[in-house]
Design a binder for this molecule. Structure first.
Ligand code: SAH
Length: 220
């Protein structure tokens, strides 16, 4: 086989993904390194293994998706995580974003409304030796009052309106990033607490996420 037609090896695929992230606006070296070092193939179903290092969202179980790496990068960067940050993530899904956060933050608290997804994500994180993630099955729309307040909150499903219950669980200098909107396309919003009980809000572009649904999924 001619060298140029051989499939790219994994290192080359990883490097290509990092380039895509850089050109999409991910500049933070810690975020780029965390994504480069997180084996996305472990989080992608067998059927899509070939596409694990592509910069695209892919289907996972329960009708959900593993986020596009560029969006994972932009959202993680937008959070401005510090080494001692305690981060709450809503929507564990495959656990991919959780694993990326865990490389940068002190502790990650992650909530999911499908037991199946949560169980699979937990075993992947265990396999990777990740020790600073605490998970919970439940409705993330309500947050995690027992562990609040958080330095950072990341919502990886689209809230139809301002996530007020979650904003209330943010520290006075905290940051919350969430897709907000009802339709198939939402606006990525960053809320920065002003220390006086208010927030400044910034729009960070259009994104497409599965909806943040109320309650927990019963059977799955
Ligand atoms: N961060 C994930 C993205 C998963 S898609 C990844 O990288 O794979 C969004 C996830 O949010 C789905 O798994 C969905 O089940 C979950 N979700 C939706 N509404 C929720 C809620 N109210 N509480 C917790 N999880 C929720």
């Amino acid at each position: 086989m001619n060298k140029q037609t051989e499939p790219l090896d994994e290192d080359a695929r990883r490097a290509r993904m990092v380039l895509a992230l850089r050109s999409g606006g991910v500049m933070d070296a810690k975020v780029l390194a965390a994504i480069e070092q997180t084996p996305r193939d472990l989080f992608v179903p067998d059927l899509f293994q070939e596409r694990a290092w592509e910069d695209s969202a892919l289907p996972i179980a329960c009708g959900q998706t593993i986020s596009q790496p560029l969006i994972v990068g932009l959202m993680t960067q937008a959070l401005r995580i510090e080494w001692r940050s305690r981060v709450l993530e809503i929507g564990t899904g495959s656990g991919y974003q959780t694993a990326v956060l865990a490389k940068i933050a002190r502790y990650v608290y992650s909530m999911e409304r499908y037991r199946t997804l949560l169980g699979e994500a937990e075993s992947r994180l265990k396999k990777l030796g990740v020790q600073n993630v605490i998970t919970r099955f439940g409705d993330g729309g309500e947050g995690w009052p027992e562990q609040a307040p958080f330095d950072r909150i990341l919502v990886t499903a689209a809230a139809d309106k301002e996530p007020t219950a979650l904003l209330a669980q943010l520290k006075p200098t905290g940051v919350l990033v969430a897709p907000v909107g009802r339709g198939p396309v939402q606006v990525l919003k960053r809320y920065t607490a002003d220390g006086k009980g208010g927030f400044t809000t910034e729009d960070m572009g259009e994104v497409r996420f599965v909806p943040l649904l109320p309650g927990v999924a019963e059977a799955l």
